[in-house]
Write a protein that binds this ligand. Sequence first.
Ligand code: G
Ligand code: G
Ligand code: MN
Ligand code: NA
Length: 253
Amino acid sequence: RALEQALRAALARQEFELAYQPVFDAQGRLKALEGLARWHSPQRGSVPPAQFIPVLEEAGLVGELGLELMQQLRRDIDAWTDQGLRCPPVALNLSSHQCRLETQRERFLQQLDRLNLTPQEVEFELTETTVFEDLDSPDSIVRALQARGYALAIDDFGTGYSSLAYLLRLRCAKLKIDRVFVDGLARREDAALLVETMVRVAHAMDMRVVAEGVERVEDQQRLVALGCDLYQGFLLAHPLPAQRLGPLLRAGG
Ligand code: G
Ligand code: G
Ligand code: MN
Ligand code: NA
């Protein structure tokens, strides 16, 4: 495919960057960042990850992207540090396709070591496809990350068919409630009931709850009332390029 060829070239030319979406607590303090892949192609312009991640996955290249983004993260953290800025932990998304092969898992862990990305600096977001396939493998990347002290978050919670089952198989630090439950929450009693239940379950298992896709003040107010811990969404901040995070990081978290 033409797109696949273009993506191979883009990886070789290091055309991918991370954008960082801030995550805040109810008092508006910066608590985390989510790193999101961005491809600025000279030929195609900005291509959304929803278009290129599946192609990279199919082509067996999403692991390469992951390694590249870790390097990008190291550079960005170093640049912030040089400017006297301190950043909260940055969460990277982990795709099931990037840890299928033992060689991929080894390269992933080696890259973390080589770049000296510590658990204070980086966390990982997993979806249930990632978790279940991986946990069945004898040298699971997810277990290896946990053993090394990296915080894990369950992403897009509530949208898969087996979300509750994996709470039993893996202890994570954070649970990220998918935006389908957050959108219009203030006017939807059914959604509010589900969010309330998810918060109760998460807290009982000693997890912090992150609401994703917060777009309205009234929805956030409802989330606060329901006991969510952290908030992420266009209402609060869009994903930003590293150079534009300065003022936020200076304000401190
Ligand atoms: O970045 P949004 O802005 O469009 O991201 C769309 C989707 O792509 C999300 O589901 C997100 O988890 C996924 N995504 C973004 N960046 C990465 C990445 O670096 N690795 C993986 N595996 N998925 C990513
Ligand atoms: O699947 P994941 O949770 O990693 O997806 C993150 C995606 O959600 C990114 O594409 C990001 O740009 C997008 N996103 C972040 N905040 C909002 C929001 O408030 N509304 C919507 N619709 N998308 C959001
Ligand atoms: Mn995510
Ligand atoms: Na998500």
